[in-house]
Design a protein around this ligand. Sequence first.
Ligand code: HEM
Ligand code: PLO
Length: 483
Amino acid sequence: MKMGTGSGRPRSLPALPLVGSLLQLAGHPQLHLRLWRLQGRYGSLYALWMGPHYVVVVNSYRHAREVLLKKGKAFAGRPRTVTTDLLSRGGKDIAFASYGPLWKFQRKLVHAALSMFGEGSLALERIICREAASLCETLSAAQDTALDVAPELTRAVTNVVCSLCFNSSYQRGDPEFEAMLEYSQGIVDTVAKESLVDIFPWLQIFPNKDLALLKRCLKVRDQLLQQKFTEHKEAFCGDAVRDLMDALLQVRLSAEKSSPPVPGLELTDDHLLMTVGDIFGAGVETTTTVLKWAVLYLLHYPEVQRKIQEEMDQKIGLARHPHLSDRPLLPYLEATISEVLRIRPVSPLLIPHVSLADTSIGEYSIPKGARVVINLWSVHHDEEEWDKPEEFNPGRFLDERGQHIHSPSPSYLPFGAGIRVCLGEVLAKMELFLFLAWVLQRFTLECPQDQPLPSLEGKFGVVLQVQKFQVKARLRDAWRVTS
Ligand code: HEM
Ligand code: PLO
């Protein structure tokens, strides 16, 4: 591939030999915001060079749709990088694996297993409600004191995916859970954030603090995954499939029985482990992040919180807990969740895509092997599509009568779209709805009196992280009387 824009290519940021356009990106840790602002000078579709890699940045819905939906297959590749290769043992998972028959098979298996155990099953609703009840108990115990809710939200969400993946869960203070919290934070802090070592792999030969942290954290994660895997292999009898791990073992067993393995298409232990690792990791970090953003926005917008509670009081009351079947009854809560996912997209640049053949976006030609970054932040903050995009306004997702939720603009893709679309959308939405409904039915969340309102600025990474903050959960008056 030649440097420079070439005829028909998107306009490119200036690029120097070796470093490419990195000088324009250096000193801007919030990459999604930098790429959003560069539209002012280069237009909504432009290119840049991350060292030797040609990267096309898509900032509009029209082009995102073309990449993800219309030409989904042509753009279904993933780049290989040092950190994601470490995380996924060379792309043996789903999220960081490039397009191919094995990736397709793994996606299909997980999709089937998630449908079987989760989505649409009462069992999953029961598990989420069990965790919601436990979360409410913790909030009750800490009532009126300033509490860091992050670990509590994480434990609730972790126990749901843990039940789904391994048929197990954690109690408060469980050392294995504490270890998981620590390693997962270390991974989120170091993986897939366009760090220099991902751009110039030869930098690995030098001491690198982030890479050392990532390796240390992966060691702990691998031990945990391996232990669950061994336990499942030993207990597996083929008849009772208790969870995702069993489901994967069963599929492998029946594939082995029915025909000799096709070279290149075998699901090795590494493939099974990395697949479960993805679902576990994605299941925990994404949903927890959204819950934290939701709580943070409720602290900033008490009137939104009050409206959700009024809706709940009218439609559900206090005599029973919220159920999933209440979703159509609570459009304002649903709209609030949609607005949180818009204003602070969990995955602000999705996971980079790679073109698998020479192709095009709009009138521009895109060569095979280009990395394509969809800037979801730009798509969700496009002033042509959204009225005052920086304003938190759940009402924008409601129809005129406030009865039904709908998106006022198609420029909204919190879970991506097309063949690489998120695998956990249904599960995540179930959890977000139930956890928030349970908590807000009982508590009003407030900023502790002596503290300033926490910052709404995210921290760019593989997920858009929320800065640490504290909350005071006050039992609502009605509950003080009835309980
Ligand atoms: C991929 C968003 C929850 C599993 C993705 C992508 C996004 C996304 C934007 C990238 C799509 C692309 O690269 O084009 C979210 C959001 C969530 C969430 C906003 C929570 C609100 C979950 C959960 C799971 C999950 C709970 C697991 C059960 C995955 C997997 C992929 C993925 C496996 C990779 C798909 C592939 O590359 O083929 N998600 N996700 N996600 N998500 Fe989610
Ligand atoms: C989160 C930290 C875990 O320890 C490992 C892990 C696995 C899968 C990743 C996830 C992390 C971050 C969010 C990702 C997910 C796969 C799909 C999801 C990237 C790194 C999104 C939002 O795209």
